[in-house]
Design a protein around this ligand. Structure first.
Ligand SMILES: [Zn+2]
Ligand SMILES: [Zn+2]
Length: 112
């Protein structure tokens, strides 16, 4: 069975009347999700002359989701599935991040 390498995963926390999700990143320094414009442009690649992408020291996606939204709002995978911890694919959508579980990409195994 093919294994998909993933750099991001989610973990869900339950605290009596609250559930919240956290995005974890294990991408090495210099990975796409860690890059920002060295002149501080909001979008990237910003395309400005002389600007370079540099490592931010942490994951943009994880920070963005923590600061600007909630994990469940950014979910873009299959409808109605149980909450679970596990590896996810994170996508930059132009002005926000979305994510879905990596196993959404795996071929179905229940048709043979
Ligand atoms: Zn720039
Ligand atoms: Zn990351």
């Amino acid at each position: 069975m093919a294994e998909i390498e993933t750099l991001h995963s989610v973990v869900w926390w339950l605290d009596h009347d609250t559930v919240w999700g956290q995005l974890l990143c294990s991408a090495p320094e210099g990975s796409n999700c860690r890059l920002i414009c060295d002149k501080g442009c909001e979008s990237w690649p910003c395309g400005c002359e002389g600007h370079e992408l540099v490592d931010y020291g942490k994951c943009n996606a994880a920070e963005w989701i923590t600061d600007c939204g909630s994990l469940e709002e950014m979910y873009s995978g299959k409808d109605l599935r149980p909450l679970k911890d596990g590896p996810v694919e994170v996508t930059w959508e132009g002005d926000y991040y979305s994510w879905r579980y990596v196993d959404d990409f795996l071929p179905r195994t229940d048709d043979g």
